[in-house]
Design a protein around this ligand. Sequence first.
Ligand SMILES: *Cc1c(COP(=O)(O)O)cnc(C)c1O
Length: 396
Amino acid sequence: MADSNQPRIHCAGPSISEREISYVTDAVTNCWYSDAGKYHQRLESAVSEYLGARYVVTTPTGTSAIHLAMMVLGIGPGDEVIVPELTWIGSAAPVSYVGASPVFADVDPNHWCLSADSLEAKITSRTRAVVVVDLYGDMPDYQRIREIADRRGIAVIEDAAQAFGSSWQGRKAGTCGDIGIFSLHGSKTVTSGEGGLLVTDRHDLFERALTLRDHGRRLDGTRFYEDFDRYYYHFELGNKFKMSSMQAALALAQIERAEELVARKRQLHQWYCEQMGELACFRIHTEREGLTNSYWLPAVSIEPGQQIDKLYVMRKLEDCNIDIRPLYYPLSSLPPYCDTPSGREAQESNRVSYDESPYGFNLPSNLRMTHEDVVRVSDVFRQLNLELAASPPPTN
Ligand SMILES: *Cc1c(COP(=O)(O)O)cnc(C)c1O
């Protein structure tokens, strides 16, 4: 049986091989001066090929990629951007960075991603875009979302930070909107420690991204214009969102191993299903028709009627030195948003998010986990399931 003397099972974390080490060593040793962009270029083409996306821009974080997306789309004060309630705050915070207002939409109880009905209900004349989140590797109904967005003339930003390697009806996660973004944070399926990617098929958006992530310079290859040089001429105010060669080298090695890393995530999920699929008190989320889930972190719902919530489960697992993650709090319930008009409206209207949030969590799925680790985690749940079955909820 599991106990707290056993080594910690981390919730997420990378797989690092000789390939990563050799690329990073090469980058830090050689990639300066005229080779400074070598790994960025290789990374951009590898990502472009893997995803089937035309243009790729590297950024320092996933958050800055979303921030850049807002800038590229010209979103600013007076504008509204719709964001699902249940997501990492990085999906929503950049809306405020550009002076616009986030409007929170509800999620679908089956997969916790954006509900297309709620999206439609939240659109106003001020809505400019929606950030659609592929939560935990799952993906929502993009056909309906696109149809609504196109009809109402709003842009779709796909936050695929948690879904590298997933696909929906044959389209890779990150390519279902006007702009897709990824995070390469150390917890994500492919990582550069810290890092991010912005992807798009639209040349106009790509060009805007290159200028806006480089303090408003235009890097069109021209060194000397008629009466000024390119170095310190800023066409507009931008930001500085770039990645180093060392990060690009690390990310490249990971992208080259993407199939292996995604296969590992799917294997871990499969093992959990074998171990925990029969437990009456818990439901492990699985793939719907048309979806390939790269299962960044396996998602689990506590079945209705149980007298426990996510905190109870987390404490139990913590006692066994196992790190699990709760489902997010509804963003509209948190201090940055709860007293804003759109936050208050969301607290009333987003019932599914408020109902689901206390009863969801993620299983550990770090890329060094073994079958034995999965069994150790599952044993705790088996015990919890027995405990719950032995003390059924009081009937009233
Ligand atoms: C990780 C993550 C981000 C942000 O990524 P960082 O690289 O940490 O800035 C954004 N959205 C979601 C859903 C994420 O999980």
